[in-house]
Design a protein around this ligand. Structure first.
Ligand SMILES: *Cc1c(COP(=O)(O)O)cnc(C)c1O
Length: 373
């Protein structure tokens, strides 16, 4: 097999036909309205409220600032926020940058989402909120988490960066908890170049989000919050409108890629596809597989290196754990979350995007299977 040139990266953004984007850029140019909630922004907010089945959605310039604004808008006393360490560093950074102490709860061994059976033992008198993550698009056990949170009068803010379009038993993920944050970064399965959103049932909370993303300004021009600047601009919103138009088609293509991987790699001892929770409609955001080195004969890192030699770049999502990042050295004990730690050692996310050629999937699978000893 020849080395891939250009290389195959773990993901590649979906893009609409360039002529359609040009058309919207022309509209933006003639309006001279570039940001601050212009026509494209208004159209996208309305369209996404419908797509994600939420009464209130607010757009942001990226997912991370959406998360920071969402935490700020909860108006919490200083204290702790419970989260999981098996996630992109953004989740933990947002908690710390907002002045809170992250407290790490371990994940479930199957779905790698917050283990609701271990949640209550993490709650202390200083707990202010719960911030679970829908890892790889696998929704958390939201009913259980929401139930525990309610009992303790705690808000739940879901990091739904991976879960755009996902439903659980027909119910949109955004309908759970106090609020959900989505990321529309270029590497996610739905993109606005850079971008993000917060969805919530609470209209008053959505008003606060407007303030936090725009220096605290409200329509009456009163400055009510100490907000920053996290607004989405018109060019991002235009990309979002077009990518939304093609979203279902893109997910269908991702589904075919996922099926091909399964056909090629199922039944190999020591290699397993990560399970998906019952009742989930998937968005195929990632393709996580795990390796049991004792049975497979090679470990995750060796498989990753073998792919690299052919110009194929899988990713070790999420290694290190956020609690092990250099900037947090000495602050957290990763041994307190053993399931997360194990997951971070065994999972490899293989290349996954709508336009990934099935022949390339076959080549990737051949290399992966060839690592078996
Ligand atoms: C991508 C991501 C974010 C941050 O979103 P950006 O849009 O890149 O700022 C936060 N949490 C998780 C789990 C993510 O994967």
């Amino acid at each position: 097999m020849q080395k891939k040139n250009p290389p195959i990266l773990v993901t590649r953004p979906s893009l609409p036909p360039v002529e359609e984007y040009e058309q919207l850029v022309r509209e933006i140019f003639s309006s001279r309205f570039l940001t601050n909630g212009g026509a494209q922004h208004q159209r996208l907010e309305a369209a996404l409220q419908e797509k994600l089945k939420t009464p209130n959605l607010r757009l942001f310039t990226n997912g991370h600032l959406a998360l920071e604004c969402a935490i700020s808008a909860l108006n919490l006393e200083p204290g702790e926020i419970i989260t999981t360490p098996l996630t992109f560093i953004s989740t933990t950074h947002a908690i710390v940058r907002c002045g809170f102490t992250p407290v790490f709860c371990d994940v479930e061994p199957d779905f790698f989402t917050l283990d609701a059976t271990k949640l209550e033992e993490r709650i202390t008198p200083r707990t202010r909120a719960i911030l679970p993550v829908h890892v790889y698009g696998n929704p958390c056990d939201m009913a259980a988490i929401d139930r525990i949170a309610k009992r303790h009068h705690l808000p739940v803010l879901y990091d739904a960066a991976h879960a755009f379009g996902v439903t659980l038993h027909g119910r949109a993920v955004a309908s759970f908890g106090t609020a959900s944050m989505f990321s529309f970064h270029a590497t996610k399965c739905y993109n606005t170049i850079e971008g993000g959103a917060v969805a919530t049932k609470d209209a008053a909370y959505a008003e606060l989000l407007n303030g936090y993303k725009n220096f605290g300004f409200h329509p009456d021009e009163e400055i009510r919050e100490i907000g920053g600047n996290a607004k989405m601009n018109e060019f991002q919103a235009a990309m979002g409108l077009l990518n939304l138009k093609y979203f279902d088609r893109e997910i269908e293509k991702r589904g075919k890629v996922a099926t091909r991987y399964r056909e090629n790699l199922s039944g190999i001892a020591g290699l397993s596809f990560r399970p998906v929770r019952d009742g989930v409609t998937q968005n195929y955001a990632y393709l996580p597989v795990s390796f049991d080195p004792q049975v497979f004969g090679a470990d995750r890192d060796q498989v990753s290196d073998a792919l690299k030699q052919y110009g194929i770049f899988a990713r070790k999502y999420f290694n290190p754990l956020t609690s092990e990042a250099a900037c947090y050295a000495g602050r957290f004990d990763p041994a307190e979350t053993p399931v997360s730690r194990e997951a971070s050692q065994i999972v490899l996310t293989l290349p996954m995007y709508a336009d990934l050629a099935l022949t390339d999937v076959d080549d990737i699978c051949e290399i992966v299977a060839g690592c078996k000893k």
